[in-house]
Design a binder for this molecule. Sequence first.
Ligand code: SF4
Length: 340
Amino acid sequence: MSEFAFELELCAHLESSGRPGASSNAIVARQLGGAVAEPGGRILDIVCVEPGPEFDQRLALTGETIPDAAIEADVGPGTARYWKDAFADDCHPERAKSALERALKIDFFESELRNGREYVRQVARYPDWYSRIVGIENKPDLGTPGDLEAQLRTDASLGLVDEAILATESYVTGAHLNRIPGEIGVWRVSRGDTSDGVGNRKLEIEVVREPMSLSTDESGIEPLEYHPGHTDVAVVSPERKARTRRRIAERAFGKGWRTFRFPDCEACEPSGEEFSTPLPFCSWKGRIVDAESECGASCAGHDPASGLEIDLEAERDRRTPWRREPSGERRRQSGLDQFG
Ligand code: SF4
């Protein structure tokens, strides 16, 4: 199976059934930055963010990602400030302006004019909404591992996520396990023979090795560049890791995993009885396809069709606790209090 198809099917499974031994209410997302010192240096294939004590408050706040600078701004729900004073001195003015505009648009901030100046405040206190973050590296075929070992070594030594797991379709040998850091969990994913009674092909996950808890609240080591005989590294403080974890959780919350599109092709049968949720399944190729890289006039099976009207956000809204348009703190609070 292609890595793309494997990833989408695994995301759909994790959303509907949860990780082995965990409940199914985690936020599932894909392709998020998983490094700190060099943000693009590690991309996590799948991220599961487990709800924390104030998950409901976050659900009610907004369905979008809240910008980091807006979360850190010095404007609580009871304190309105001139917007330029609300952002830290080291926050670049353009970043502050863009965070301000975004926070107003998604209803995390509200504003009013005082003497011609825009004063803002947070609509609600930013909640303590997430707990454990689990990163999953997809490698359906261990015969073509690419950078797998280096990626997993980064996860283990950096300790940005609470658990890191390798998911594969391959038979996992002792030699494979020896090459993978001992902290990393290993899943073997297969398609079960039995259906779930409504025609869905069900994935089955065999836990080959349980993941160990990584030290997210201690300094971590992030490898930057490998040279013969030595590796350049960065030491990453727990504070920087905590900020990046919040960014990952926010990105996961706003983005989810349905960040794909359906091919404009008659061969696409997204709602076949194969899956529990619409996925870009191609009947000509007999598998899930990546419309961005595989579809179009250059494909021999291409049969142009008008775009499929599947609302992926509505799917997410229907199948998970996430809401596209939550009732919102702004409406709940309107009229109850005034600017401080
Ligand atoms: S363009 Fe090709 S790969 Fe894409 S859906 Fe059509 S037949 Fe399948």
